[in-house]
Ligand binder design. Structure first.
Ligand SMILES: CSC[C@@H](O)[C@@H](O)C(=O)COP(=O)(O)O
Length: 366
């Protein structure tokens, strides 16, 4: 893998990209852009450095981009979809006049991570424009970026309306992993709904599940909620169902990496346990994801490749080991929540009430 070429002064670049942020976390701050095309390269906020440092990485080659996706410097289904789109646009420039090199670069981008449908789908959309040249490819990638920005706004509105209708005013919501601006281009999916409820004065507070092993909830969601001035409590993953059973949560709201034709939801590992907890407690379990995450070609969760990220993340964190040497491990990065546990799916275009028998696509359950 190539090394990341440019790591610039983070505060300065972050301010330019995001419109500025300060030390006072209890105030609204401008929405940030997690990923963008800037002067012929891809710029991302390095999510592995958060919350300690807001570092911007500039990715100028396909190898740099693929490495950033693999190590979760850019992560979250919509964000890696846009990374895939930009990756193919980069490939078009880097491998101009080298069709074999270009084909292999596109394949590396497309397959950098297997589970979120957005990556292969967005990379494929841009790849379809390659015969028209690098400018056409870039134009399509920028269109995908803009679509994701619009989608986040639509999901926020539809999701906020739904949550108020399901739970009444000022619900207490539990969320898992990170589904905020960091997981998209800006705005978010499930967390965008929380931001919108907060903006309306209609959110009591959030419970953020830490999300072992890489702590996207503890590091990223807590950081985003703090920046937005939303009151939250951070919990260990296993505490979620217990808090629900004690009546401390009104609904669970999560994103998705792939939503299958039958309504099965593939999302960060730990989601399924929260869905079971929600069902046992009799509270809604709501999934918020753009149409770019809906995969009607995949009949059910059984057919989805679940990324296994290996032992190192399970036995250690940031290089500090805590398990006995040689411990056996399993590290599925995602799980499948079966559709009967899902109350509703909110996309940028529609609300599908699975609890009342509505269906996503063909109308046929697998
Ligand atoms: C918009 S976010 C929905 C999902 O992408 C999110 O919950 C998630 O599972 C991300 O996983 P990650 O491994 O951090 O990329």
């Amino acid at each position: 893998m190539g090394t990341l070429k440019q790591e610039r002064d983070s505060t300065q670049v972050f301010d330019r990209v995001t419109g500025g942020h300060g030390d006072d976390v209890n105030r609204y701050v401008e929405p940030m852009r997690t990923i963008d095309w800037v002067d012929g390269a891809v710029e991302i906020i390095d999510q592995t450095a958060l919350p300690d440092e807001t570092r911007i990485l500039r990715l100028s080659t396909v190898d740099e981009l693929v490495e950033a996706v693999r190590r979760l410097a850019v992560r979250g289904a919509p964000a890696i979809g846009v990374a895939g789109a930009f990756g193919v646009a980069l490939a078009a420039r880097q491998f101009a006049g080298d069709p074999d090199g270009l084909a292999s670069a596109v394949e590396r981008v497309r397959t950098a991570r297997p589970t979120a449908v957005n990556l292969a789908r967005c990379a494929g959309r841009v790849a379809d424009r390659l015969p028209d040249g690098p400018d056409a490819a870039l134009k399509e990638a920028l269109r995908i970026r803009d679509e994701e920005i619009d989608s986040a706004e639509q999901m926020a509105q539809l999701g906020a309306d739904l949550l108020v209708s399901l739970c009444g005013e000022r619900p207490r919501l539990l969320t898992h992993c990170n589904t905020g601006a960091l997981a998209t281009v800006t705005g978010g999916t499930a967390l965008a709904v929380a931001f919108e409820l907060h903006r309306r004065g209609a959110l009591a507070g959030m419970v953020a599940s830490e999300t072992r092993p890489l702590l996207q909830g503890a590091r990223l969601t807590a950081w985003e909620l703090g920046r937005a001035g939303i009151p939250y409590r951070l919990i260990v993953d296993g505490a979620g169902p217990f808090l629900m059973s004690r009546g401390e949560v009104d609904a669970v709201i999560v994103g998705a990496d792939r939503i299958c034709a039958n309504g099965d939801v593939v999302n960060k590992v730990g989601t399924y346990a929260h869905a079971l907890g929600a069902r046992a407690a009799g509270i809604p379990f709501v999934v918020v994801a753009p149409e770019s995450t809906v995969d009607l070609d995949t009949p059910s969760g059984d057919a989805v490749e679940i990324e296994d990220r290996g032992a190192a993340e399970v036995v250690a964190f940031r290089g500090v080991a805590f398990a006995p040497e040689g411990a056996g491990t399993a590290n599925p990065a995602f799980d499948v929540t079966p559709y009967p546990l899902v109350t509703a799916i909110v996309t940028d275009r529609r609300v599908i009430r699975l609890d009342t028998g509505e269906v996503l696509g063909s109308g046929r359950r697998q």
